[in-house]
Design a protein around this ligand. Sequence first.
Ligand SMILES: Nc1ncnc2c1ncn2[C@@H]1O[C@H](COP(=O)(O)OP(=O)(O)OP(=O)(O)O)[C@@H](O)[C@H]1O
Length: 953
Amino acid sequence: MKTSDFVIGQRWVSHSDTALGLGIVTDISGRRVTLGFPAADEERTYATDNAPLSRIIYQLGETIETFDGGSYIVRAVKDMAGLLVYHADDGENVQTVSEVKLSGTVNFSAPHQRLFAGQFDRNGAFRLRFATLNHLDRLRASPAEGLIGARTQHLPHQLYIAGEVARRFAPRVLLADEVGLGKTIEAGLIMHYQLHTGRARRALIVVPDSLIHQWLVEMLRRFNLRFSIVDQSRYDAIKEQQSDVDALMSHIFGEEGRENPFESEQLVLCSQSFLTATAQARNDAIAAGWDLLIVDEAHHLAWSESHVSAEYQTIESLAAASQGLLLLTATPEQMGLASHFARLRLLDPARFHDLQAFREQESQYEVVNAVVRRLQSEHTIASGDQQILEQWLGSQLPQLLAESDPHQAIIDALLDRHGTGRVLFRNTRAAIQGFPARFPHPVSLPCPEIYSGFTRGIDGLTPERNEPDEEQWLAEDPRVAWLQKTLAGLRPKKVVVICAHASTAMALERYLQLRAGIRSAAFHEHLSLIERDRAAAYFADSEQGAQALICSEIGSEGRNFQFAHHLVLFDLPANPDLLEQRIGRLDRIGQTNAIDIYIPYLEGTSQEVQYQWFQRGLNAFAESCSVGVAVQESVADAWQQSLAGDAAALETLVKASAAETARLKTLLQNGRDALIELNSCRNEPAQRLIDAIEAEESAAAVRDYMMEAFDILGVDVEDHSEHSDVLRPGEQYQAGHVAGLPEDGITVTWERDRALEREDLAFMSWEHPMVTGIMESVTSSGLGKAALATMSVKALPAGTLLMEALFTVHCPAPEALQLTRYLPVSPLRLLVDVTGKDLSKALPHDRLNDMCSNIRRRTAQAIVPQIRAQVEIMVDHSQCLAEPHLQPLQQKALAQVDAMFGPEIRRLEALQAVNPAIRDEEIEYFRTQLAAAREAIGHATLALEGIRVIVTA
Ligand SMILES: Nc1ncnc2c1ncn2[C@@H]1O[C@H](COP(=O)(O)OP(=O)(O)OP(=O)(O)O)[C@@H](O)[C@H]1O
């Protein structure tokens, strides 16, 4: 450039620093030119012969903005002594606008505008953009989306549930797999999906105190989800901090502080007891609102028609303030059928509105099951069944019969309307199989004198509680000496000891540690959370750790101790579900050994009764017994009498229980449980999902993609070991595009198996935050939006221009509609020449990449103004060629929204027929959503997302 090219008042941009915005020439002296950049409030002086500047001339039809906020469309441009004057339309009149008055902020969003403004990149950046859009499109349409990033084994029953539930709009379900089958993982998968796809942003997890840390760690190491714990002290600290700020605010502005600690974080973990006990915190949590609420060990939410527990009330209010709700419990009926019903009602009040009706339906499951079985196995519907179906499904039946898989559609409707189909998922160990054997070892011991008078009834299960002198019972209770001897005999094997009460656990631990010299740790409710985690970690340590962990009942819930396979039940719980919870600490996924269960009991006491009942009546030690609580209800009197010492009643109890257990198991297997299981894992779809996830993993495409990105974004990659690399910021590191890369680097693996073995390595999948962050950053920034390249082809004369154009679908719509689900990015690539010839197929992108090379920046800078008119023509041509591609995409999207909303609307209409509590507005809501989605899709456009102009040499 020459000095004479510049005139004071002209507008130029710096292509070496685009963030400066639109500059204005303020001084020209000698061979130097000075520009002010109002948007950045900076001034820069350049040598005129090599200034990295491009002159900005807006073209007809483009929108310009003035510094005082005016917006105009350019109708004509005149050059007046080197300064441009635009004749511009403000919607009413055409006015003259001098370029001097233009706003200092420029946003060259259109790729060709960027090119003309000198804001173009090298070939590699364009390739990265192209690759990013294609990967995003494929991933968003993939059935594996949202389920790829978890550091978990692919277990069909978990992925089936995740696949079924996660895609729902605001899912509300009860995850009730039997103990240790991975409900936490299922909840994590669902949440990961919802967060990854933007369906949810804010999530709250509510768990018992003892599980806070375990959830925190599982969410982070398995799903890269970083939760913040809000407990009393954190809550108080935030409030205190805020009150200082609030005081200042109210001093200055006279405003009341309204800050809510639950709003300061998006992912929050807190304990049920904290929320239940602290009204202010509870109200804040409710007021904060959530997209997803997860409640673990939900059997604690007791409810009956005459008494509603405080825990239930807390969750009820939170559930009302949350779109999605996941309740987790392995023992949904532990608190009885009414509580179970009340939890189902939290999930779906429209479906579960009448306890009596629910009880009646329970008794009909056998008939429903028989019909479902026939529908599954036969191609035609028998006339008897047709009548039953008409009676049950009424006017819905013809619609269901018209669906593409009518039998499945009818089964789904039956499971939903006559079972717990949509809201309850429960997998059993029997169905999943592969769990290790459980061997009970009963040890009968004489009852010591000191317990006489305390050996009967429920109290007789824990007689040591009635002996105030701890020293004495430790010395005289034969279970203590037996425990000491057994632990010594098992050394160094790890042993979990569970007893009902903290006082017993504390006394035993002190005794073992101090008197018997056995390395042990206690785990009970009187320890702080940190102390509990420390105890669990000390026990888990395979080298220096404790041999025994002595837990009170809180150790029997949720915790993972599958690295141990010896369990001592120092006493037995009254409730059979609690027994299953205790054994479930060891009998879980990941347990590789058979489990030895030791049951020391005192002869002739309630302990012996309870042992006999569990062993001979329920067979609850060797096998998981899901009907225990129901059996207990039916034999309640005989059980009480036996505990009271009636020897004859014990035999009756055992016999009646064994018969009832067998009867209920058969009944459930033919009825309710069979229906639930049918709904909880279907192998074919589960396997298809696993295949889809593995296809995304095995392609190694993520590594290739990231290597290309790292190259462009200045990340150095060093080989670490097989399938692992070390990533570090390099010299050209572009921090703005790469999230979460520590200064001193990070070691990563690209293989799931290795990630499962080595938890210290980050698992780089398509859904790792660094990968998604780069993809998001590439698409939302201008990186690679415009590029200039050269190639030599004998067939084409030098100087021929080609343009590779990338179009994507744009569909502005309220976020809540989640339209990207139906209308994906759909990148469209076109290659045109100046005559408008479509060369897209003749020269595919990869081939073109091989042929293209970069042009030196200085040369490119000089070429751009000369080719501007031809580029504009090629942009027009590409737009004409792109246009016909839009309509088919819209049609497909419309069909998809209909398929999504239609069944939901029909379901509510069907439920409304039997449940007047469903309001017309609820159905109307979905109709309105459907109409809004259809309208937005109708307005979709194809937008130009990137261009690469190729000049033949
Ligand atoms: N897909 C998986 N890959 C790897 N580990 C898993 C997987 N699923 C479950 N596990 C492990 O198995 C154990 C049990 O899982 P989890 O705690 O989710 O079970 P749960 O059903 O919630 O148990 P509980 O009924 O005791 O609350 C945990 O240690 C968990 O990390």
